[in-house]
Design a protein. Structure first.
Length: 301
């Protein structure tokens, strides 16, 4: 079976939205059930919910609807993690301490089994979202094994992203999209952990954002450009906040924090940021002209 690639269309949007809504609702349901039933009964309920999602995945696969099949497989991987956690809790193995703080064999086992389930589902259903699941759980496992929070976890996260980057650039572009996302987010997240307080920190974040933008243009991996644009937004928001004399913090807005001394400074600053984005678009297009890729047929839901 080829890699499943869903083109942007109304049906694809509704399929993704429906599956992710089902996932959120199922996790919500299981959270409610765990509050009302003993551990043994919750194992049964979580197994039932998991079997329902897995059945939907295989029925969709048999009906030659690969996008829906892959989406329900993604839902099933998450519900599988809940089921394993329920089993461990029933056996009295599950640690209730915070992840990334100390060595907890039960949590490491949960992470390994979830990663294996994601890779198995990827082998069967070939849906790119399962790459995201496997890479995300892989990062969590590596960080959990090698660190216990704080700066050391940030260093492990940074190294994980750098290790993942050449793999992301070398695999099938459809799979590689989510690997690039995980690589970019882990590297950027680590940098934000180290640089998030003073003016010079946000200057460095802005420079990293520019590097992301040009790296995305050079490699034709737009996820890096999106993340770079977000880094520039964080830098702009920091300095606009400082120069306007107010606060762009959502909490300050909600709870009536101090307003800006210069009301014009905020919109003017974001106008400047918008022109920076436009200028970068022109520069990136000139330096790295798009090469028309051979169109690939997209699978229907």
């Amino acid at each position: 079976m080829d890699v499943v690639r869903a083109g942007w269309a109304s049906a694809s949007f509704l399929a993704y939205t429906g599956a992710l809504t089902i996932l959120l609702a199922a996790v919500w349901l299981e959270s409610s059930l765990s509050d009302h039933y003993e551990a043994a009964a919750f194992v049964g309920w979580s197994a039932l919910v998991l079997l329902g999602a897995a059945a939907c995945a295989f029925v969709a696969r048999r009906g030659e609807r690969p996008v829906l099949a892959g989406l329900f497989a993604f839902v099933s991987v998450t519900l599988f993690a809940v089921f394993v956690a329920a089993l461990e809790d029933w056996f009295g193995w599950l640690s209730h301490d915070s992840p990334l703080h100390g060595f907890h064999l039960s949590l490491l086992l949960l992470e390994v089994l979830t990663a294996v389930a994601a890779l198995w589902a990827l082998h069967v259903f070939h849906h790119p979202l399962l790459v995201l699941a496997a890479a995300g759980v892989g990062w969590f496992f590596v960080t959990d094994v090698l660190s216990s929070g704080g700066n050391w976890s940030a260093w492990v996260t940074l190294l994980f992203g750098l290790f993942l980057l050449p793999i992301a650039l070398g695999v099938n572009p459809v799979y590689g999209f989510w690997l690039n996302v995980v690589s970019g987010v882990t590297i950027g997240g680590a940098l934000l952990w180290f640089w998030h307080s003073g003016d010079w920190d946000f200057v460095l974040i802005g420079l990293a954002g520019l590097a992301y933008v040009f790296f995305g243009g050079a490699t034709r991996r737009s996820s890096w450009t999106v993340l770079g644009a977000f880094g520039l937004l964080l830098t702009a928001a920091h300095f606009i906040d400082k120069w306007s004399g107010g606060s762009l913090s959502p909490l300050a807005v909600i709870f009536g924090g101090e307003g800006p001394r210069h009301a014009w400074a905020r919109p003017f600053g974001f106008v400047v940021l918008g022109f920076v984005y436009v200028a970068l678009a022109i520069v990136v297009r000139a330096r790295y002209p798009d090469r028309e890729a051979t169109p690939r047929p997209a699978a229907g839901p």
